[in-house]
Design a protein around this ligand. Structure first.
Ligand code: SAH
Length: 249
């Protein structure tokens, strides 16, 4: 899901496998509605098979006959193309995908238009769009497969505007978790180094831990390991003290 209304529009899609893959991608990134402008491919068994859990997106795809229906409904309509022309073609002045993602920050609804596998988008279709977006690639062959282009675009958009993200299921430590670790780290360092070195070693190790941005599980494992080591050291030194006491008796 997105914090914006993001619409995927395929113009004249030709392959049912690509169509299925794109429906699956929509599902992967929480987009429920897919727009198909004059598709050549049909929503057949093959497309549904490749859509996997996105088959409902495919079955509910909205088929229209012109990009005009999209542009009247969104704040921004952007076209995508692999073509960076050698001449100074004014309608093909590209915005790289990452820049595009930043530039749509203030718009609520954005349609991203993808072209036919064989010929891309026509000049007339390109002219209708507010922005011309290119995915940076090796200049000798920057033409991506349609569904791969959709994947990259949705991934970049999701990184900036995605909500209910799978990665947020990884638990992050809070201030308290770090405080517990710091107490035990200081103890461990104090038991390992001479007093005059404790502060610098502790500062350095603490910085390494903060830089590594551990997950909650990782930080707790570290804290528990240090804590067990400190306990063992304390038990050992107690035993040593008892033994040396016994020897003196
Ligand atoms: N010969 C066509 C190939 C189209 S590939 C052409 O170059 O236009 C099918 C679609 O995938 C394109 O219309 C575009 O929407 C998308 N695409 C492929 N490579 C891309 C790239 N590097 N940047 C942006 N979109 C790309």
């Amino acid at each position: 899901m997105f914090s914006k209304d993001i619409r995927v529009v395929l113009v004249g899609v030709e392959g049912s496998i690509n169509l299925g893959f794109v429906a699956r991608l929509c599902k992967n990134f929480g987009i429920n509605r897919l727009y198909l402008v004059n598709p050549s491919a049909s929503i057949n068994e093959e497309a549904l098979r490749f859509a996997v859990k996105g088959s409902d997106v495919l079955q509910n795809a909205v088929i229209i006959d012109s990009l005009d229906k999209i542009i009247s409904d969104v704040d921004v309509m952007a076209c995508t193309s692999s073509v960076i022309p050698l001449d100074k073609d004014p309608i093909r002045q590209a915005l790289e995908l990452k820049e595009f993602v930043e530039k749509i920050e203030n718009y609520k609804s954005v349609a991203i238009v993808f072209g036919r596998e064989s010929t891309g988008l026509t000049r007339e279709e390109l002219e209708k769009c507010h922005m011309y977006v290119h995915i940076n690639a090796f200049k000798e062959y920057p033409v991506l497969n349609l569904s791969h282009a959709v994947a990259i675009v949705l991934y970049e958009l999701f990184n900036k505007y995605g909500v209910e993200r799978s990665i947020d299921l990884v638990e992050k430590p809070d201030k308290k978790d770090f405080e517990v670790m710091e107490r035990i780290l200081l103890k461990a360092v104090s038991k390992t180094f001479p007093r005059e070195r404790v502060n610098e070693v502790y500062t350095s190790l603490r910085r390494i831990i903060y830089k590594s941005q551990p997950t909650l599980t990782e930080l707790r494992l570290l804290t528990r390991t240090l804590s067990k080591l400190v306990n063992r050291l304390e038990t050992l030194s107690k035993k040593c003290e008892e033994r040396s006491g016994e020897a003196l008796d």
